[in-house]
Design a protein around this ligand. Structure first.
Ligand SMILES: *[C@@H]1O[C@H](CO)[C@@H](O)[C@H](O)[C@H]1NC(C)=O
Ligand SMILES: *[C@@H]1O[C@H](CO)[C@@H](O)[C@H](O)[C@H]1NC(C)=O
Ligand SMILES: *[C@@H]1O[C@H](CO)[C@@H](O)[C@H](O)[C@H]1NC(C)=O
Ligand SMILES: *[C@@H]1O[C@H](CO)[C@@H](O)[C@H](O)[C@H]1NC(C)=O
Ligand SMILES: *[C@@H]1O[C@H](CO)[C@@H](O)[C@H](O)[C@H]1NC(C)=O
Ligand SMILES: *[C@@H]1O[C@H](CO)[C@@H](O)[C@H](O)[C@H]1NC(C)=O
Ligand SMILES: *[C@@H]1O[C@H](CO)[C@@H](O)[C@H](O)[C@H]1NC(C)=O
Ligand SMILES: *[C@@H]1O[C@H](CO)[C@@H](O)[C@H](O)[C@H]1NC(C)=O
Ligand SMILES: *[C@@H]1O[C@H](CO)[C@@H](O)[C@H](O)[C@H]1NC(C)=O
Ligand SMILES: *[C@@H]1O[C@H](CO)[C@@H](O)[C@H](O)[C@H]1NC(C)=O
Ligand SMILES: *[C@@H]1O[C@H](CO)[C@@H](O)[C@H](O)[C@H]1NC(C)=O
Length: 403
């Protein structure tokens, strides 16, 4: 009797064995407690991606838990985040002084306009949409990610594709040019950034960080222009872009485009599944150099892959069956549990911290292995904690947790 009681108590109190079922809400409230995901001022435009990914996470959370007691507060915070970006992004010409990250707020601006009818938000998302048309492009029509001539990054697709698809579906459904352009941007990166598996077969099917179409950057491959390494977070942005765009793009109206994105998402999901670290169950900062000295398991890329794989299964884009094969949900669940045990920090005052997220990796660098693994870790980066909210929502949906 006693031992059975002790076992039950151990199960309840041991953090290794029992995970809370409310991490999505808990981390969202923690992000709010740190005033993150909202531009601190109209000058704070380096935080545009933090704001955009926070908006996407909070939007999903409200959809999943519409009647939770936390939802009104989270919705009010989402609105304040969207309001904070509306002014800074309205002017399309000025938008070109920001990276493509600016586009990550487009969908939330459209939603807030639909809800309030306040023209400020419409002017802002129209400014963003117009900025796509005047963004600098390389000789193949690939959008520059930022000010560096002819360089395109996987990162930009998370901000671009779901916004392009959403705007097209709701406001511009007969603009075939726009949809073709969105497909072209995704395709150029798919083609140029395909990891050269003859250089290292362990990373076959993955995509490197970016490419220089003029092939003049110090790191550019002479044939493809590609940068040398598969950086987890940049691949995470691209993979999330695919799964989010599949959800938005109406398959019935655009069956060929949808099918192509679906095929590629499946191929990428398989390559990501194969690249998981067998020891930890999570993903490396540099996926093409597993276990090399200096490399480490990184918390933003891992959360992004968990989200993309579980969402892909939930929406039926990935088939989770398969004999003699580890399922997507097994891989993603194990990675999620690793994150909770390793990177989620209980501050003991009602808030959570999030550890293990690399600050930033830029191609305005040597783009060498040493560069990527030498960038500092940032505690509580919303580029990790907001994807963790997204991953948690999928995990909670999978495991049937309810608030
Ligand atoms: C989440 O659940 C844990 C118990 O598992 C509880 O201690 C914590 O207060 C909850 N957090 C929120 C924000 O509800
Ligand atoms: C924004 O930047 C401008 C120019 O650097 C500066 O004059 C202004 O005080 C800043 N505004 C805020 C709110 O920080
Ligand atoms: C519209 O939104 C802007 C920005 O949030 C706000 O300043 C303004 O007061 C709103 N207008 C109305 C009529 O609510
Ligand atoms: C938009 O920004 C550009 C470049 O910063 C500036 O020249 C132009 O005056 C701005 N337009 C408006 C309407 O504010
Ligand atoms: C960028 O590409 C264009 C061709 O579209 C070329 O003329 C230009 O020199 C390239 N810029 C750099 C810095 O390589
Ligand atoms: C259609 O999309 C293209 C490409 O984004 C754009 O240049 C054009 O202005 C759009 N047409 C309309 C009518 O909005
Ligand atoms: C791929 O790598 C091999 C071996 O390093 C090299 O010979 C080949 O040119 C590369 N292919 C491309 C397209 O860069
Ligand atoms: C390929 O990856 C393996 C595993 O990390 C590593 O040992 C090997 O050095 C890599 N090869 C090249 C050419 O980068
Ligand atoms: C909770 O604890 C963390 C870590 O000590 C601290 O940074 C944060 O300010 C605290 N937050 C609140 C709301 O007390
Ligand atoms: C974050 O992780 C690093 C490396 O494992 C560790 O040294 C540090 O103490 C952690 N920070 C917190 C607040 O747990
Ligand atoms: C690119 O890197 C160089 C050298 O570190 C630096 O001087 C420059 O400011 C960087 N460019 C941007 C736009 O950050």
């Amino acid at each position: 009797m006693l031992s059975r009681l002790a076992l039950a108590l151990a199960l309840v109190f041991s953090s290794q064995l029992v995970h809370a079922s409310n991490y999505s809400t808990w981390m969202a409230l923690s992000i709010m407690s740190r005033s993150q995901g909202v531009l601190a001022s109209s000058n704070d435009t380096s935080a545009l991606l933090q704001a955009g990914v926070t908006q996407k996470a909070f939007t999903r959370l409200i959809e999943q838990y519409p009647s939770s007691s936390s939802t009104p507060g989270i919705a009010a915070y989402l609105k304040s985040s969207v309001e904070s970006v509306a002014g800074p992004v309205t002017n399309a010409t000025k938008d070109l002084t920001y990276a493509m990250d600016r586009l990550s707020s487009g969908n939330a601006l459209m939603n807030l306009y639909a809800k309030t009818g306040n023209a400020t938000y419409r002017t802002a998302y129209d400014g963003l949409r117009a900025s796509i048309n005047i963004n600098s492009r390389n000789a193949e029509g690939g959008m520059w990610y930022f000010v560096y001539p002819n360089w395109s990054y996987l990162d930009g697709m998370y901000s671009l594709a779901p916004f392009y698809a959403y705007y097209d579906a709701l406001l511009d459904p007969h603009n075939g040019t726009a949809l073709a352009d969105m497909m072209h941007q995704l395709d150029l990166l798919w083609t140029h950034c395909a990891f050269n598996a003859s250089a290292n077969g362990t990373a076959a099917g993955l995509l490197v960080h970016g490419y220089d179409d003029s092939k003049t950057a110090v790191w550019a491959d002479p044939v493809t222009g590609a940068s040398p390494h598969v950086w987890g977070r940049s691949l995470g942005w691209y993979t999330m872009a695919l799964v989010d765009t599949l959800e938005i793009l109406p398959a019935r109206l655009h069956p060929t485009d949808w099918a192509l994105l679906h095929t590629r998402f499946g191929q990428l999901a398989d390559a990501i599944k194969t690249a998981v670290d067998p020891a930890s169950g999570a993903w490396w900062q540099i996926l093409d150099q597993p276990a090399r000295a200096g490399n480490y398991i990184e918390s933003s890329g891992t959360a992004m892959f968990v989200y993309a794989l579980l969402k892909g299964v939930r929406l039926g884009y990935l088939q989770d069956g398969g004999k003699n094969e580890r399922k997507y949900t097994d891989i993603a669940s194990r990675a999620y549990e690793y994150i909770v045990d390793t990177f989620v920090v209980n501050n003991g005052n009602g808030t959570l911290g999030y550890n293990g997220t690399v600050t930033v990796c830029s191609l305005n660098s040597t783009a060498s292995y040493e560069y990527y693994v030498g960038q500092p870790i940032l505690y509580n980066s919303p580029l990790g904690s907001a994807p963790f909210v997204l991953a948690s929502l999928e995990y909670e949906s999978l495991t049937g947790a309810e608030l």
